[in-house]
Design a protein around this ligand. Structure first.
Ligand code: HEC
Length: 117
C-alpha cells in the first residue's frame, strides 16, 4: 500500500520532467542505467543475483556512494583491496567488468544501488 502511494506520487513528477526537458538534458536514473549498462545481464533484472553475479542488496552496509561509484569504474582495484569482494569473485566465472559511462552516471547508479533493501 505504501509502495503504491509512493508510485502515485512519483509518476507525475517523472512525466513532467519527461515533457519539459530535451532528451539530452534529462537526468539518467538508476533503474534505467542498471539495464542500459548491462548490469541486469549478470545481476538479474531484479538485482536478485544469478549464477553470473551476486545479488545486490543492502549494499549500504558496505559502501558509500563515492566508493561504490569508484568500484563501478575500477572493480579490479577494489577487489584487490577488499577481501569480501575477492571472496565473492571465487564463486563466479567472469569478473565484474568496469562500467563504461560518465562519472555522473556511475554516481547516479551508485546512489540508487545504495537504496536497495
Ligand atoms: C559479467 C557479469 C557482470 C556484469 C555485467 C556486472 N557485474 Fe557486478 N559483479 C559481478 C561479479 C562476478 C561480482 C563479484 C565480484 C567480482 O567477481 O568482481 C560483482 C560485484 C558487484 C558489486 C559488489 C557487490 C557487493 O556485495 O559489494 C556491485 C555493487 C555490482 N557488482 C554492481 C554492478 C553494476 C551496477 C553493474 C552494471 C554497471 C554490474 N555490476 C555489472 C559480475 C557482473
Amino acid at each position: 500500500m505504501i509502495r503504491a502511494c509512493l508510485l502515485l506520487l512519483l509518476l507525475p513528477t517523472v512525466a513532467c520532467s519527461d515533457d519539459s526537458a530535451p532528451a539530452s538534458a534529462q537526468e539518467p536514473d538508476g533503474p534505467k542505467l542498471f539495464v542500459s549498462k548491462n548490469c541486469s545481464t549478470c545481476h538479474g533484472p531484479k538485482h536478485e543475483g544469478t549464477f553470473m553475479a551476486p545479488p545486490l542488496a543492502k549494499l549500504n552496509l558496505h559502501w558509500n556512494a563515492e566508493d561504490l561509484a569508484g568500484f563501478l569504474k575500477e572493480p579490479n582495484v577494489w577487489k584487490q583491496k577488499t577481501p569480501r569482494l575477492a571472496e565473492h569473485a571465487k564463486h563466479y566465472r567472469s569478473p565484474m567488468p568496469p562500467m563504461f559511462g560518465t562519472d555522473e552516471e556511475r554516481r547516479t547508479l551508485a546512489e540508487w544501488l545504495l537504496t536497495l533493501p
